[in-house]
Design a protein around this ligand. Structure first.
Ligand code: GAL
Length: 662
């Protein structure tokens, strides 16, 4: 629909194209030439004519003159011929060159969702000022008229966001939407691109010992721990207080031997090179518990799927050391699904040809001071359709230990067929069985449950022998939801404690494969700020930190996000607390994590589309008086603050700080 308009002299609908003036109009023109010197012919551009591929939205694809599900645009029974069908969170940037007059539309939730609980806020933002705010709109609400002046404006942003309850069902229509422009055409443009800014200074040449301060092991089992230390090699390592049976290699910094008897052993590690010295207290706890701090490592799943091979695992171990990841605490090198072939005549599981010698592979990983992890499913088949452990659990537990693995991820797939129900006993049975079997092995084997949170696994995962448990489905399918997942996990944060970890799935930054169809690794699609947020949230939640991207494609930016020892220290804190939500608005929230030394790690989080100030008030975060605040990503002291600390947090960003009283 196009029409001409004379600004300031009323509207005249003159059909499809700019027309010659009518007779009456010519007469006026003749009589009052001076009055119309400033009059301009304006043209309406329908929103749906613009390049909709520039729109960023939370689900589906933006549609011209149709709803997001490609039905006629309909709001509260009113059908619209023209408009934009989109889905929260949706954002469209339109350049106007200062030549537009107005934006008009009717905004509302599309009827196609029926009575589902949608809630959307529509905003029209003109050169940074919100000139239209619909308030919360629900399914069935009458379309809200929008009429916004664009005089002199350079940029119009159309935003349809969720109203604080997630984006489910938020089918958002900008119906009958037009931009009235005196001259030229509006242009939809891509959202401004963020630069991948490296915030964290590179580790200096002087030694710095990182990683956990406490470590659990079972008496009499093989012991292996590489003291994670940044700084130039060669370096000389030493320790005091190491229990008998353990030896520290002075060159590699790897501790090996036999785990000591039950009890607590206070050790001090030291590292020294030509540039300086570092010292770190470390407690070894001989007992039943493992994984006293969240497990850290790499898992191949989201990069390699069924392409994983033994040489790729060894290469990942090499890179874990050469990239510096091992120097900040990454430790496990885990093979996921797709290594299994079949059972041999004795019932033992036989790996496929891509894994010719499991024992040799784990020995290779161990020689670097790292640990090896493996995967199975309690059902007859794994999730990718390979041989599972059903009815061979004891053999598999023994085999995994004999091969030298230090971690088992135990999935659920196909177990549903044999579980005989979904009651708690049925849900727990396979994990209790495997948990008990692993405890009987002469190795410390960490058990990661992967049954997507069924039966509130966080309430009983530890009781059946698990050290961590997935709290939901595969994050690979819902990467954009990291903030919502963090908020949800913080609600069950009280179940997080040393040796018992809620697991929201792997870190997927850098190059990752596509979860849809096991695609090859490519850039993850998250913005730089989203990648910082990913890591910040996982650190604040004390979640297991497993990177699951392509190790061979780690670049400087990804490594800077993965390897900041001050962020990792938040994750590895011995108290093992998950952050709590101290305060929340629609778009922002503040997370607070209690640290062992009495300080607090605080995340100022912005899940909204625009940079905004996020405030952490002392009353909300439970501190008082003067607080010294340190920016953990920049590793920079920000000074002393009283009553509150605030930061301008970018779109989908987190400001991660640590604060302590005097
Ligand atoms: C899924 C699991 C993934 C991966 C996959 C392997 O169930 O959540 O993390 O392990 O199985 O097939």
């Amino acid at each position: 629909m196009k029409r001409t308009k004379m600004w300031g002299a009323g509207e005249m609908k003159l059909g499809v194209h700019r027309r010659k003036h009518s007779g009456l109009w010519s007469a006026i023109h003749a009589i009052l030439p001076v009055l119309i010197v400033n009059s301009v012919l304006a043209v309406d551009t329908t929103l749906s004519e613009l390049d909709l591929s520039t729109i960023r939205q939370g689900w589906g694809k933006a549609q011209a003159d149709k709803s997001v599900q490609e039905k006629p645009l309909t709001i509260a029974g009113e059908v619209f011929e023209k408009g934009l069908g989109t889905h929260a969170s949706s954002i469209m940037y339109i350049e106007l060159d200062g030549k537009a007059e107005a934006f008009r539309a009717k905004a509302g939730v599309d009827d196609e969702i029926g009575a589902s609980p949608a809630s959307i806020v529509f905003k029209a933002i003109v050169d940074g000022r919100t000139l239209f705010d619909s308030g919360v709109m629900k399914a069935g609400d009458k379309a809200r008229p929008v009429d916004v002046s664009l005089k002199g404006a350079k940029m119009l942003i159309l935003f349809a966001g969720d109203a604080g309850d997630g984006i489910n069902f938020d089918h958002a229509d900008w119906a009958a939407a037009v931009i009235v422009m005196a001259d030229g055409k509006p242009r939809a443009v891509a959202a401004p691109k963020e630069d991948a800014v490296i915030l964290t200074p590179k580790p200096g040449p002087a030694p710095r010992i990182n990683g956990p301060k406490v470590y659990g092991c079972r008496p009499g089992n093989p012991f292996l721990y590489r003291v994670p230390t940044t700084g130039a090699r060669p370096m000389k390592f030493s320790a005091t207080g190491l229990p008998a049976g353990l030896v520290l290699d002075a060159v590699t910094g790897i501790v090996t031997g036999t785990a000591p008897a039950r009890g607590e052993y206070k050790v001090t590690f030291r590292a020294e090179n030509g540039h300086g010295k570092s010292e770190r207290e470390f407690r070894i706890i001989g007992g039943d518990k493992l994984a006293l701090t969240p497990t850290m490592g790499w898992n191949d799943w989201y990069a390699h799927y069924n392409r994983i091979t033994d040489p790729m695992m060894r290469e990942a171990a090499d890179i874990m050391v050469s990239s510096g990841m091992a120097d900040v605490g990454y430790q496990y090198v885990d093979i996921d699904d797709c290594w299994e072939a079949k059972r041999g005549p004795d019932g033992n599981i036989i790996p496929n040809q891509k894994f010719p010698d499991m024992r040799d592979m784990t020995a290779y990983i161990h020689a670097k001071g790292l640990k090896a992890g493996i995967y199975s499913s309690p059902g007859p088949r794994t999730c990718a359709g390979y041989t599972g452990s059903y009815k061979y659990e004891a053999q598999d537990a023994k085999q995994i230990a004999d091969w030298g693995f230090d971690l088992l991820k135990h999935d659920w797939c196909s177990y549903g067929e044999v579980a005989g129900g979904r009651d708690l006993t049925a849900l727990q049975k396979p994990y209790r069985l495997m948990g008990d079997l692993l405890k009987q092995q002469k190795r410390d084997i960490v058990l990661n449950l992967c049954q997507y949170g069924m039966g509130d696994v966080w309430k009983w995962g530890a009781e059946v022998g698990g050290h961590s448990w997935r709290t939901g489905g595969d994050l690979g399918f819902e990467l954009h939801r990291i903030f919502q997942i963090a908020l949800r996990n913080c609600e069950i944060g009280q179940f997080n404690k040393p040796g018992e970890w809620n697991d929201p799935d792997y870190i997927q930054i850098g190059y990752i494969g596509s979860a849809h169809g096991m695609g090859h690794p490519r850039p993850c699609g998250l913005t730089p700020n989203e990648q910082y947020s990913f890591m910040s949230l996982w650190c604040l939640m004390a979640s297991p930190l497993f990177y699951s991207g392509d190790m061979t494609k780690l670049d400087e930016f990804a490594l800077n996000v993965l390897c900041n020892p001050e962020a990792i220290e938040v994750n590895q804190d011995p108290l093992g607390k998950c952050a709590r939500v101290a305060c929340k608005t629609n778009d922002t929230f503040v997370l607070v994590k209690e640290m062992e030394d009495g300080s607090k790690a605080v995340g100022l989080c912005n899940q909204g589309e625009f940079e905004t100030e996020v405030v952490a008030n002392w009353t909300d975060i439970g501190v008082s008086g003067k607080q010294r605040v340190r920016d953990l990503w920049r590793q920079k002291d920000l000074g002393e603050f009283t009553d509150r600390f605030s930061a301008n947090v970018p779109r989908h960003g987190v400001a991660l700080v640590r604060m302590a009283g005097r």
